[in-house]
Design a protein around this ligand. Structure first.
Ligand code: GTP
Ligand code: SPV
Ligand code: MN
Length: 608
């Protein structure tokens, strides 16, 4: 954290280190942005899309080695290794600074250093945080302008707030005199460093221009650094969507949803219910900052001002509202381009075109064997373009939360929905979350199930055991009856042939309805070893053709599989070590006990 007075000296010091040719203080105006986009097109770093089909929109194509977050090059540099814990890459802060200082030395030669004042969170919110990011990438500038509250106004706010988080970023590709630039400058993977200094509240990122590695307000500030601040100040920074659900009588509940990257947050946050009379509106699609008011209730804000959403698979069919949002003024990264300069990706509506330019800027035809769009292709668009943005989305105090939903991609074991027995059991459910690894990070393990507590594995800025304990602490601090109920959903359970059992997307509204009604305790549930599951016929299936045997399969508690699951959770807990809260081990033991008294055939507790 630095003060307003420290801003200019810090920028000057970083400029001496990085040696840019120019320094530009971003004001955030439309004219400035248009000028930047012109430069980007002129330098062949961006393509302007068809003004009639996709007004105000641009496409970028990254280097094939720089397409997603790099978890193995992401570091937590706390003084003590035990403060980073077993799931983070730890570095000694002094050593890491020394290594990175050498890399930053002269790294902006031949380029401009852009100074970006930005704020995470609504104006006037007690939680909002100002950041100043320095970058040598104009791609980063035009994206940050959409993703955050950005520009001159924020600099003014800083004068009174007098506190900012310094963020230094370079793509690590200096230009000597006369050297031709690359269309997407970046460095080799082993030279990338996404570094966090949680004690100092400082972020240094080197060598990547893509997404969460480079748009430092997002995962770096609003999650990794924010989690460290939140632990100290008794609030929470979570990888969660925030949605507003209205029932046919006009009653409203706000819900949070934690799903790992590319597991359906954007989709759920803007879904169109298939059940009549219900309405979903969006507050946020990726990150929630949650605080507890004196009344013991939880309130959440969305710290972001834009969506950086997965393009692949998005269609008017699967996510109508996202498609409406990206009809104009949108930045696309690593999508394919049609011959008439519009965007295309696998899963978009309509016929597959005969010819495309793929994300590697190569000719692509239906005979091609590689995907036209990268699986982690993304769109960047302002929240203001979301047709179902909730009125409350910008509220400084946030929205009161009734339910917390967790979930992930689990081909087996986890039923469509189950409800926790209380806060501690809910924290247990979050702690054991598992999901198949997706293309949102660079990995050779895509598709493998890994434990990803509260979808936060790559985003906790400190020890995972302390993080889980913080969840329990929040519960202790609240007046228990006011805490939101915690639910675990799984849209991704598969049948024997590997097909999804549940249709997902808009049909997930049926599960949201069940959750809404459980919050009111106006609907029955069945007590099972793993928690409450929907009692027979309590999930509204009107208008959906799904057989009752298929429903049984989706909701089935596979006792054998759960015994294995418990075993694997125990093994996982061992890897967390001595900081794992004991209460969670107790929850695991209770689960194992309860499983012994469940009749798998009858799908009910043994009746004595
Ligand atoms: P990040 O932005 O990486 O944090 O991802 P996200 O959690 O917002 O995921 P998103 O909503 O973009 O969904 C990613 C992919 O998951 C989509 O392209 C869909 O293919 C798929 N998906 C989302 N919802 C569902 C669902 O209900 N069922 C199924 N089968 N797939 C879904
Ligand atoms: C994620 O991976 O969870 C994202 C995309 O939301 S990124 O901003 O690249 O982290
Ligand atoms: Mn995300």
């Amino acid at each position: 954290m630095k003060t307003f007075q420290e801003l200019k000296p810090w920028v000057e010091e970083m400029a001496v280190l990085c040696q840019p040719d120019h320094i530009h203080w971003c004001d955030g105006s439309d004219e400035e942005n248009e000028g930047f986009l012109k430069i980007l097109v002129k330098e062949k770093k961006a393509i302007q899309l068809n003004e009639e089909k996709r007004p105000g929109s641009y496409a970028f194509f990254s280097d094939p080695s720089d397409v997603a977050r790099v978890e193995n090059r992401t570091f937590i540099a706390s003084k003590k290794q035990s403060d980073a814990g077993p799931t983070n890459n730890w570095r000694d802060p002094d050593e890491l600074k020394e290594t990175m200082t050498k890399l930053f030395h002269g790294s902006m030669k031949g380029r401009t250093m852009y100074v970006m004042p930005f704020m995470m969170g609504p104006k006037g919110s007690p939680l909002s945080k100002i950041g100043i990011q320095l970058t040598d990438s104009l791609y980063v500038v035009v994206n940050m302008r959409i993703m955050t509250r950005f520009g001159e106004d924020i600099l003014k706010l800083l004068e009174t707030k007098n506190e900012f988080i310094p963020c230094l970023h370079s793509v690590g590709y200096p230009l000597e005199k006369g050297q031709v630039d690359l269309e997407w400058p970046s460095t080799a993977i082993e030279n990338k460093y996404i570094a966090h200094f949680p004690e100092e509240r400082l972020i240094w990122s080197y060598g990547s221009g893509y997404g969460g590695n480079a748009l430092l307000g997002k995962k770096c500030l609003a999650l990794r650094i924010a989690t460290a601040i939140a632990k100290d100040e008794m609030w929470m920074a979570e990888h969660m969507l925030i949605l507003k659900l209205t029932n046919p009588e006009g009653r409203v509940k706000f819900m949070l949803g934690a799903f790992p990257s590319a597991c359906g947050k954007t989709n759920l946050s803007m879904l169109i219910p298939t059940i009549p009379g219900w309405k979903v509106e969006t507050v946020g699609d990726d990150i929630a900052w949650i605080w507890m008011k004196d009344n013991g209730r939880l309130y959440a804000i969305n710290p972001e001002a834009g969506f950086f959403g997965v393009a692949k698979g998005t269609s008017y069919q699967s996510n109508y509202n996202a498609m409406k949002a990206i009809e104009k003024n949108t930045i696309f990264t690593n999508v394919a381009i049609t011959d008439d300069l519009d965007v295309w990706w696998e899963g978009i509506d309509g016929e597959t075109p005969e010819h495309l330019m793929d994300w590697k800027k190569q000719d692509w035809t239906k005979a091609s064997t590689t995907p036209a769009a990268h699986p982690n292709s993304r769109f960047t668009v302002s929240t203001s373009q979301c047709p179902v943005l909730a009125d409350e989305w910008d509220s400084p105090e946030g929205v009161e939360i009734s339910a917390i939903i967790v979930g992930g991609r689990r081909p087996s074991t986890i039923p469509l929905v189950h409800e926790s027995l209380g806060w501690k059991h809910g924290v247990f459910m979050g702690s054991m979350m598992g999901s198949e690894i997706t293309a949102a990070s660079i990995s050779d393990q895509i598709g493998k199930v890994r434990r990803d507590p509260f979808a936060m594995l790559p985003f906790i800025g400190y020890h995972i055991g302390d993080y889980l304990n913080h969840w329990l602490d929040m519960g202790r601090k609240s007046n228990y009856p006011y805490l939101p109920k915690i639910f675990y959903v799984n849209w991704f359970r598969k049948d024997n042939e590997g097909k999804f059992l549940w249709p997902g997307f808009g049909e997930n509204s049926r599960v949201l309805k069940w959750i809404f009604e459980r919050c009111d305790e106006s609907i029955q549930a069945e007590l099972t070893p793993i928690g409450y599951i929907p009692a027979k016929d309590t999930i509204d299936l009107r208008g959906l053709s799904i057989s009752s045997s298929q429903m049984d399969e989706i909701l089935k508690i596979d006792v054998e599989a759960w015994i294995k699951e418990a075993h694997s959770i125990r093994e996982y807990y061992h890897t967390i070590g001595y900081k794992l809260p004991k209460q969670l081990v107790v929850e695991l033991e209770k689960l194992e006990q309860r499983l012994k008294y469940f009749d798998a055939n009858e799908q009910q507790n043994v009746d004595f």
